[in-house]
Design a protein. Structure first.
Ligand code: ACO
Length: 336
């Protein structure tokens, strides 16, 4: 951290999920699969999917409203909007700009989107931290939202079983009491293996140059390679995150990981020697909601009484890129 850095306070966190529930049993109408196959390999029972007017944008607006309502910051006082999305409802205008307009946030502030897939929330928090630490902006709205269901190949049974739709949001501000809610934060990437999970915007070439060959525009994933990479990197990474912060495992109350696959989460849990109640999962009911999954797991588990506020948690994610990252954060009373 830079000298004289301004500390950050997490002021509010919210989420939003679509209404429609799609169970594993429902998926058997699309292809040859079973609840048993999906549940034993992923820990997923059901997920939510957008329908009608719902979209990553609409869910993002809703999550942002919920985060603002929990915070002591008014929409009018937001000075920057960062949206983490890799399955947006449109490429441009940026979702940040649309959310600014929808929430009536003053029209001269900056707003932009970032793509770090399922690590998006951690990346956005890291960017926000830099802006707050430097004194450039005080109040920042982070939104993490993805409508994966619109980007999936619904005949690809090994990939489409994993994902669901959802949004999360966080309002962060300059801390007035000198306490930094970000104890440590770190983001990483390895583009050399980026092809193991991709979404290509194929588009169409100019017909004057080349006859058009339609290519599918779906998420493609080498599930085995993703699994191998994350199972190799993540447990050690999270262990190192704790050590680098000068902390011990007993200083951490909760591990709130990206909800991609229960078996990967369990591998991290085993490595750290954490008890089951310390590791927060809701993948069973929401699947993998990409960037939204960490705030969704945090707020939902507070609502369910599984996470008590006034505690310390590791947030960690990984996703396409490959990207990964983690933050050790203080969860103050009243933030969700
Ligand atoms: N139902 C039944 N059978 C299936 C299904 C299904 N839904 N999907 C695949 N199979 C079959 C395959 O056809 C194959 O059969 P075969 O051996 O006769 O050819 C067999 O099951 C094994 O298929 P794999 O694709 O190799 O299945 P795998 O054991 O790797 O499991 C899974 C697939 C669950 C996706 C696993 O690879 C995984 O969890 N990977 C991690 C993915 C992940 O975490 N992605 C998200 C991270 S990135 C992000 O969040 C953006």
């Amino acid at each position: 951290m830079i000298n004289n850095a301004i500390p950050l306070r997490i002021a509010g966190v919210g989420y939003s999920v679509p209404k429609a529930v799609v169970t594993n049993e429902d998926l058997t109408k699309l292809y040859d699969t079973s609840d048993e196959w999906i549940y034993t390999r992923t820990g997923i029972k059901e997920r939510r999917m957008v329908s009608g007017d719902e979209s990553a944008f609409e869910l993002g607006v809703d999550a942002a409203k919920n985060a603002l309502a929990k915070s002591d910051i008014k929409a009018d006082d937001i000075e920057l909007i960062i949206v983490a999305t890799s399955a947006p409802s449109q490429l441009y205008p940026a979702m940040g700009c649309r959310i600014q307009a929808e929430l009536g946030i003053p029209n001269n502030i900056p707003a932009f989107d970032i793509t770090a897939a399922c690590t998006g929330l951690i990346y956005a928090l890291s960017i926000a931290r830099g802006f707050i630490a430097s004194g450039m902006y005080k109040n920042i709205l982070i939104v993490a939202t993805d409508n994966n269901s619109k980007l999936l190949d619904w005949s690809d049974r090994s990939c489409s079983i994993l994902f669901g739709d959802g949004a999360g949001a966080m309002v962060v501000t300059a801390s007035e009491d000198g306490v930094d809610d970000i104890i440590s934060i770190d983001i990483k990437s390895d583009g050399s293996i980026g092809n193991i999970i991709e979404f290509n915007l194929a588009g169409k070439n100019c017909p004057l140059v080349e006859p058009n060959t339609e290519k599918p525009q779906f998420i493609t994933m080498n599930g085995k390679e993703v699994y191998r990479f994350v199972a190799r990197v993540l447990p050690e990474y999270v262990e190192q995150l704790v050590a680098n912060a000068g902390m011990k495992n007993e200083d951490i109350d909760y591990l709130i990981p990206h909800q991609a696959n229960l078996r990967i989460i369990q591998a991290v849990q085993e490595r750290l020697g954490y008890s089951e109640d310390k590791v927060i999962t809701n993948i069973e009911r929401f699947g993998n909601t990409s960037a939204a999954s960490i705030p969704l797991a945090l707020v939902e588990s507070v609502e369910q009484g599984k996470v008590k506020l006034g505690s310390t948690a590791i947030l960690t994610g990984f996703g396409a890129g490959m990207t990964w990252g983690g933050a050790i954060v203080r969860l103050r009373e009243g933030i969700c």
